[in-house]
Design a protein around this ligand. Sequence first.
Ligand SMILES: Cc1ncc(C[n+]2csc(CCOP(=O)(O)OP(=O)(O)O)c2C)c(N)n1
Ligand code: SF4
Ligand SMILES: [Mg+2]
Length: 292
Amino acid sequence: MLTMKSEAKGLIANGVSFCAGCGLELAARIILDVLGPNTVMVIPPGCAALLSGFGNETVTKIPGFQGNLENTAAYAAGIKAGFEMQGRGDIQVLGLAGDGATVDIGLQSLSGALERGDKILYICYDNEAYMNTGIQSSGSTPLSAWTTTTPGGKPVYRKDMVGIVAAHKIPYVATASVGYVDDFRKKVEKAKAATAVGPAYLHVHIPCPTGWGNKPAQSIEVAKLAVQSLCWPLYEIINGEEYKLTVPVAKPKPVADYLKLQKRFAGMNAQRTEELQAAVEKEHAHLMKKML
Ligand SMILES: Cc1ncc(C[n+]2csc(CCOP(=O)(O)OP(=O)(O)O)c2C)c(N)n1
Ligand code: SF4
Ligand SMILES: [Mg+2]
C-alpha cells in the first residue's frame, strides 16, 4: 500500500470532518489504535457516520458498514456470526454508536445482543444529545442541560444506561472518558479481550463543543472536570457484579466548575445548581456502595 508522508499513522486518515475540539474524533482514534486492523466497524447515523466519509471517499482504513439508528448491535451480531461460521471468529466486530442510537432508539437491539451473549464490542460515545440532527435531548442528556427540545433545561434525570447494560450480566462493562486516555485505552483492551467470552460494552463521555457550548480548546478540560466533579465516575463492572472504581477522586471539585465552561448550563440559577450538586452526590454515594 502506498502511504503518503502526510498520511495519519493510525486507522483514521487525516482530514476527517468532525467539528474543532470534538471528543469523538479522539475517542475513535484511540479505539481503533487499540483494536487494530483486524476489526470491522458498524456505525449508525450520527456524528460517527463522518468516519464513513462522503460519496466514494472514506477516512477509515478498516472495513465498515453504516446501518440504521435502531439496530447497530443486531448488525454487529450478524456480522460476527457470519465470521464465526467461516472460522474467522478472531475478527473483532465493533459497534460504535451515539447516545441516541444506544440509550433510546437502539436499546432493544442492544439488549437482545447482550442477552444472547453475542461476542461483539459495543461502544457508546456519549455527547449527551442527538447532535447530528441539531442538538435534541436524548435519554442521556443530563438534568438541567439546554437542548433545542429542552429550552428551559432538561426537567428529568438521565437513564442509568450503564446499570441497564450491567443488569444483562455480560463479561465486561465500563465507563470511560477522553479526558483520561490511559484509563480509556486499558478499558478498550480489556473489552476486546472479554469478547472472547461474550459481549463487552463501553460508555465513553465525549465533549461536543457544538452542542455543549464549550470552547473547542477546552474539551479535554471539560472531560476531566466531569470526572473530578463526580458527574462522570470512571469504573468497570465484571460479569454484572464486581464493581471497581478505576479513577478515584480524592477531593471532588464543585459541579459548578464543570457547568460554567458550557453554555448549555448558562440558564441555571444558584438553586438549580445546588439541586444538581445534591443529585450528583447522592448518585455517587449510591454507586460507591457497589464498589469492591
Ligand atoms: C429511526 C430514526 N430516527 C431518526 C433518525 C434521524 N437521525 C439521524 S442521526 C440522528 C442523531 C443521532 O444521535 P446520537 O445517536 O446521539 O448521535 P450523535 O448525532 O449525537 O453523534 C437522528 C435523530 C434516523 N436516522 N432514524
Ligand atoms: S456536533 Fe459534536 S459530536 Fe458531532 S462532530 Fe461536532 S463536536 Fe463532534
Ligand atoms: Mg449523541
